[in-house]
Ligand binder design. Sequence first.
Ligand SMILES: [Zn+2]
Length: 232
Amino acid sequence: MRERKGHPLLDLVGLFLPRRCAACDQALYTAERAICGDCASDLPLLRGHNDPENRVEQLFRGKVRLESASAFLIFSKGGKVQRMLHRLKYKGDRNVGLELGMRMAEDVMTCPRFESVDLLMAVPLHRDRERQRGYNQAQVLVEGMAATWDLPMADGGLLRMASTRTQTRKGRMARWGNVKEAFQIDAPEKLEGKHILLVDDVVTTGSTLEGCVLALQAVPGVRVSVMACACA
Ligand SMILES: [Zn+2]
């Protein structure tokens, strides 16, 4: 587990407060990291990373060309996966993101369809949004993955240019068009010829990931795979 960067006083307070499971809120034992043993052994795994017909693959079929796509967990409304991702995204709980990232890597790193990945990359947030939140939740997942999987993390690479907040009420094509414009490549020479694993917290329509993939594929020789922490 990596050192959490925070105020030293907050770390001290943390020593005296019981840490709680990010999925069920039970107090954690000392050896447990972010998720209790019961929840960890009962995660709703998607499985099927090697199945070209898995539900994440199907989401992108006919829209964008990918090497492989999958997700670690199945998202359900009001379920434990939603609670964990809510803690990561809105409650400043980076530890659950690191823990989920490590588990994602363990789950996928030995699968033949993902074996040739050579770079981990988070779906970027718009700079203003990242400043508000203090971090990019997808980048936290990537940091957890890199702690387990011996792969480098992309340093920059993809920039999100505009907020896509207002697009949710438009149709899929309109959203795709807008999102496509919203990502730009930074330092393409660092990405040339690489098989990039693009990582996000949740995949629902896939339109954000599609925008990223299209931008990345403008770089010569780039191949892209997708891995989400959860799929709806
Ligand atoms: Zn639990």
